[in-house]
Design a protein around this ligand. Structure first.
Ligand code: FAD
Length: 502
């Protein structure tokens, strides 16, 4: 039995996915999750009758027939979910209150860009063509590259136009590309990084994101991240998997350079034929394994690569509707009359995501809104050591956000019934992610093509899954990563990898 069992550390999307595919393939799997509920970063929290969603902006793969859809079907989510596809990606207001809408429909977006800036015709056409081109490529996600054979390599040749596309758009930053526009407003719209936190973000993310929206391939799952996790967790339990919550793994047990099990914080030990860590990468490598299985390449990642900047996440429950604001994926951005300083950093604009498209998150006639800021981890790490100051700072931020929103939506301050502020320390405490980086490694022009190994040098029967071995993170990637890990384990055990759907 020992060879047929798998211990999975972490019950985020990657861990749950590894668990589901492990069960489908005849392994006895047990997930050990440190928090009291599964989901990891893919989560939400309930406050005073409102649900603050913590991860669901868009989910790649909600459209039947697209590459990731199959995973969500196998994981039991696609059969259950109700998907909302946005017509607007985002709304950007200027100082005069004029709104530029980034439409999901690329033809409509192109028309609007042309009306606004006919002088930029050539670059507008190039950009919108990139969105259309990107939508024509379907990613090869069915198999991990570690298992590619000749047939797969031939399929890769067919992907050459896609690889060329990726190389072209991956080399230039959003900031540099934006400079090619003559129109100053379009320059701001195209630059993904008005706050200066993603200076090396490849332009590729723009056409990719808009292509998914244009195709209605990345919708919002009603009920948000909690609903998605609930579907997958049920699927895992129905497949016979064991989920242990409030079970923090402290050490991975190793004998003769083979992972044989884990030790929990309560001192109990659990053994299995394989150990898969779908938890934070740094904790796994440097704490659970004491940094014994590492080489210069892996050390280099942890010494040099950029992380997603962590967040200050302000959730508000507001006793009003926002029928006048069109629902959008990433919200409404507007300039502040007077800049505000949030956690030591000046903010000149505010982006607010209004969940007026998901009635399940708030009582009838009321709405959840979220404002987020990228922030500095050290600032919060230090503050958290003085709990009263930490709490006061969160209150002060909520006050500033409410005041700024009240200017844009007069009367809002008096309608706020619930306020909640999460910080990088919140993410670190509840999900274990290093420095509160909720999506792991930041894709940059230098790193977006990096492929990280799921194994560690010199350690057998051990794999990693999830966002710390898939730069860029995201829920579909996490689901794919769990699946790929089981495909590799099946190959090792000379088992044919199989999948089922409920
Ligand atoms: C605000 C926000 C918006 C987002 N929007 C989107 C979006 O629109 N679309 C999208 O695709 N993605 C989005 N993401 C990112 C996405 O949610 C994550 O990339 C993904 O959920 C990561 O999954 P994972 O399983 O790899 O890692 P995690 O979710 O981090 O899972 C790791 C798990 O391991 C557990 N763990 C850690 N240490 C231990 C230990 N010692 N013992 C036991 N368990 C442990 C953790 O508690 C956690 O449950 C968003 C994230 C945030 C925060």
């Amino acid at each position: 039995m020992a060879e047929k069992s798998i211990i999975i550390i972490g019950g985020g999307i990657a861990g749950l996915s590894a668990g589901c595919y492990g069960q489908m393939n005849g392994y006895r799997t047990s997930i050990f999750e440190m928090h009291k509920l599964a989901g990891g970063v893919c989560t939400g929290w309930k406050r005073k009758g409102y649900t603050i969603d913590g991860a669901m902006n868009w989910l790649v793969g909600t459209k039947p027939g697209t590459s990731f859809y199959r995973f969500w079907e196998e994981l039991g989510a696609a059969q259950e979910w109700q998907v909302f596809n946005h017509d607007q990606y985002s709304l950007i207001e200027d100082e005069s209150g004029k709104v530029f809408t980034i439409y999901s429909d690329i033809d409509r977006l192109e028309r609007q860009m042309m009306e606004l800036a006919p002088e930029d015709e050539a670059i507008i056409r190039e950009f919108t063509k990139a969105v259309r081109d990107c939508g024509r490529f379907d990613m090869l996600v069915d198999k991990p590259q570690e298992l590619y054979g000749l047939v797969d390599k031939i399929k890769l040749i067919k992907m050459l136009p896609y690889l060329r596309f990726v190389r072209k758009w991956g080399k230039i930053t959003t900031a540099d590309y934006a400079q090619r526009f003559k129109n100053p407003f379009l320059r701001k719209v195209v630059d993904i990084d008005p706050t200066g936190d993603f200076t090396d973000m490849p332009m590729l993310v723009r056409p990719m994101t808009l292509a998914w929206q244009n195709q209605k391939a990345a919708g919002y799952v009603i009920g948000g991240a909690l609903a998605l996790v609930d579907y997958i967790q049920r699927r895992y339990l129905d497949l016979g998997g064991e989920l242990h919550c409030e079970a923090r793994v402290e050490k991975i047990l190793v004998e003769s350079d083979k992972a044989v099990g884990i030790r929990l914080a309560d001192g109990t030990e659990h053994r299995a034929g394989y150990v898969v860590s779908a938890a934070d990468g740094r904790t796994t490598i440097f704490d659970m394994l004491d940094g014994k299985y590492i080489d210069d390449k892996i050390r280099g990642y942890y010494d040099n690569l950029q992380l997603f900047p962590p967040l200050i996440y302000v959730g508000l429950g507001v006793a009003r509707k926002f029928d006048d604001v069109p629902p959008s994926v990433s919200g409404l951005t507007f300039p502040l009359e007077k800049p505000v300083t949030i956690a030591g950093k000046e903010q000149k604009i505010l982006s607010v995501l209004i969940y007026n498209f998901d009635p399940t998150l708030a009582p009838e006639g009321k709405t959840v809104v979220i404002v987020q800021f990228n922030t500095n981890y050290e600032y919060w790490e230090k503050l958290y050591k003085e709990l009263e100051r930490y709490k006061a700072e969160k209150e002060q931020i909520a006050d500033q956000v409410v005041a700024a929103l009240d200017k844009r939506f007069p009367g809002l301050a008096a309608q706020v019934e619930m306020r909640d502020v999460a910080t990088p320390v919140t993410w670190e405490r509840y999900t274990g992610n290093w420095r509160g980086s909720y999506e792991g490694w930041l894709p940059t022009t230098k790193t977006f093509m990096i492929r990280m190994s799921k194994t560690l040098p010199g350690l057998d029967n051990f794999y990693m899954a999830g966002q710390w071995v898939n730069p860029g993170g995201g829920m579909p990637t996490a689901a794919m990563s769990g699946r790929h890990t089981i495909q590799i384990i099946c190959k090792n055990d000379k088992r044919k990898f199989v999948t089922t759907t409920p």
